[in-house]
Design a protein around this ligand. Structure first.
Ligand code: SAM
Length: 268
């Protein structure tokens, strides 16, 4: 693989001290795939027992399984086409679990394509919440729609609009909103040379600015007492903690909740 960007490695050393070497080594070591089984296609335990590969549980996601197989084999298996599972990184499975959507709720996923988290949200609510899954990119919204259908979700609306344009009837009306924001993609370094090449210090700053705009829009959709989950697949605090702190400064009616997921450390 391409070497990790030197400035990124330095930033992680500044941020994490002696723990940085563990992170950097992990990003340079390959890891097998994981799948999230769709309870809309059958009971999870039954589906898991029919997977043709050895598997191990994902502590924070009861429908997630680490799989001992090549990623291409998992992607080309008929179970994938049938929507029995969605191939997804284990860390990404924590996001919808944190939002914990309930049947009867109105849930919005503002940056939803290709649908890993939107389909997970729908599954957690047993397809009984109304999930509005939006992505600004029309081509990506089409693949989102395909995945929503493949995974057996029926109570979803797929839209392709700039987040600020969603407003309208959704303003202050949503029980739960997810912003899985576009980011500098440092979490992709483990499996993507392209992510390593595309990273730049300026990109982190640009993304942080966009993320502040998007999180303000996301917060406007949440009803009083509702929930907002903000996630990225990047480590830089300027795109993570600092975006959340910026929102808290602007919206004192929001507060940070502890994350209580099995196997996940609380860093609040
Ligand atoms: N939540 C998705 C999932 O789990 O499959 C992944 C979302 S990805 C991290 C971020 C998404 O943000 C992309 O699909 C991209 O099209 C969208 N996006 C990019 N620029 C945007 C912008 N300016 N406003 C809103 N969304 C944007």
């Amino acid at each position: 693989m391409e070497p990790l960007p030197a400035l990124f490695a330095q930033r992680m050393r500044d941020l994490l001290g002696h723990e940085a070497e563990e992170l950097l080594a992990a990003l340079d070591s390959p890891r097998g795939p994981a799948v999230r089984l769709s309870p809309l296609r059958g009971a999870v335990a039954g589906l898991a027992s029919r997977l043709p590969w050895p598997t191990a549980p994902v502590p924070w996601c009861p429908s997630g399984r680490l799989v001992e197989a090549a990623s291409s084999e998992v992607a080309s298996h008929p179970f994938n086409d049938a929507g029995v599972y969605y191939q997804q990184d284990p860390a990404a499975m924590a996001v919808a679990e944190a939002l914990a959507p309930q049947p009867g709720e109105l849930v919005v996923d503002l940056a939803a394509a290709p649908g890993g988290k939107a389909t997970h949200l729908a599954a957690l609510a047993r397809d009984g919440a109304l999930v509005v899954a939006n992505d600004v990119d029309e081509r990506r919204a089409r693949s989102l729609l395909g995945n929503v259908e493949r995974l057996g979700v029926t109570a979803a609306v797929v839209t392709s609009a700039r987040p600020e344009r969603l407003g309208g009837a959704l303003l202050g009306a949503c029980d739960a909103v997810l912003l899985d924001a576009p980011c500098s993609g440092e979490g992709m370094f483990r499996r993507s040379d392209e992510a390593r090449r595309a990273w730049s210090e300026a990109g982190v700053g640009r993304h942080a600015e966009l993320q502040r705009r998007l999180i303000a829009t996301a917060a406007d959709l949440v009803r009083p007492g509702g929930r907002l989950v903000y996630s990225t697949c990047t480590f830089d605090p300027r795109e993570d903690e600092e975006v959340v702190l910026w929102l808290l400064g602007r919206r004192p009616d929001f507060r940070v909740e502890p994350l209580d997921l099995p196997g996940a450390a609380d860093a609040s």
